[in-house]
Structure formats: C-alpha cells, structure tokens
Design a protein around this ligand. Structure first.
Ligand SMILES: [Zn+2]
Length: 203
C-alpha cells in the first residue's frame, strides 16, 4: 500500500521527528565528525611542494561500526502512540472494524503480532484480539493515569501497542488485547509479509 512517492514536507518532518525521538533512546551511534587531521610533513617551500594527486579527502570507514538496520519511519501521529505511549482516539483507527483475513504486523518493525482469526468486535473503539502470536508481545505493569493496567509492547522493537485486559468474558479466551491501529499494519491474506526489522542488541 505504501508505494514510493515523492517525499513531501510532512514526511521529512516526520523523519526529523522520528530522529528526534530516536535520539532520546540513548542508543544512537556517536556521530562521526571530521576525523582528526593526520600529521603531515610541512612542505619545505611552496615552490617545491610536490604537485601530486589531491590530498585524500575525508575518508569514510569501509564498514560502519554499528550498521543496525533502521525501523520504519513513523509519522508524528504514529510516533506519539508507538514511542510516547499515546492512545489514538476511540473509533478513529483504520483497523477497528476491519474484518478481512490476514496478519497484523508491527508498524515500526514488521514483526508479526496478531492474526485476523483472533480479532473480535469488542465495541471498545479499538481493534481487539483475544490472543497474540506466540512470543510476539510483552506485558508491563502500567500505573499511569491512576489506573492499574497491563501495557503491551512489541517484543522485537518495544513499540507501544496498547493494553491487555482479562476477566471481561468477551470471548472464550477471556482476554482482550486493546491495540491502537497506528501501532499495526495489516497485511491481507495472500500478500507477502515484509521481513521483520531486527536490530542488533546494544553492547
Ligand atoms: Zn515492533
């Protein structure tokens, strides 16, 4: 669905915002500035200076020390939810009513998170699933906003997904993953799944 298109200003802004957020993570590689000037012999005299090949310009290292792949770029709205743990407004997400068969992957890293067989209509205003793909989702105690909730995040990239609730008896699984649509990307059945973007663990 997201084809190659000219990069409008908003996308550039999103990119900059993403970089700004990413820079908060403290895992970014140290920026490489101009390398220290190599000590070079001073020319004896200007007239006798050899007119050899141009001095080697700033040389890039052959292989960068940290070549972890980058996650998918996020729009400001996506970053607000995925990185800042925000919540999209109820009944506004593009997948809340989606009933098509397919797979829901992480918008930030493409990890497979949920399958359409486990999606159900809860009426809560967000996509609801009563099960996750095994091992794809992590749970964290969330005491924010004066509530006791269990936050769910993508196991691969740590992106915020939403919250999980149990004991509501909405389905036999008795579990409701309440997930923001902007944290997900839907891949309909039969379409190829993009490869997950896996970063190297920080040393
Ligand atoms: Zn992810």
């Amino acid at each position: 669905m997201a084809g190659i298109e000219p990069v409008p200003m908003i996308a550039r802004t999103a990119c900059l915002l993403f970089l700004a957020f990413a820079s908060c993570g403290g895992t970014q590689a140290t920026e490489v500035t101009s390398p220290p000037r190599a000590s070079e012999p001073a020319p004896v005299a200007a007239s006798t200076a050899p007119k050899s090949e141009p001095a080697p310009a700033t040389t890039m290292p052959a292989s960068r020390p940290d070549s972890s792949p980058s996650y998918n770029k996020l729009t400001p709205a996506e970053a607000q939810v995925i990185l800042q743990k925000g919540t999209e407004r109820a009944f506004t997400g593009e997948y809340t009513e989606n009933e098509a068969e397919g797979t829901y992957i992480c918008r930030q890293c493409n990890a497979v998170l949920y399958r359409s067989e486990d999606k159900f209509h809860s009426g809560c205003g967000w996509p609801s699933f009563d099960d996750e793909v095994a091992g794809a989702v992590e749970r964290h105690s969330d005491h924010s906003h004066g509530m006791e909730r269990v936050e769910i995040t993508c196991k691969n990239c740590g992106g915020h997904l939403g919250h999980v609730f149990t004991g509501e008896r909405m389905t036999d699984m008795n579990t409701r993953h309440c997930v923001n649509s902007v944290s997900l990307r839907f891949v309909k059945a039969g379409d190829p799944l993009p490869a997950p973007i896996v970063k190297k663990p920080a040393k």
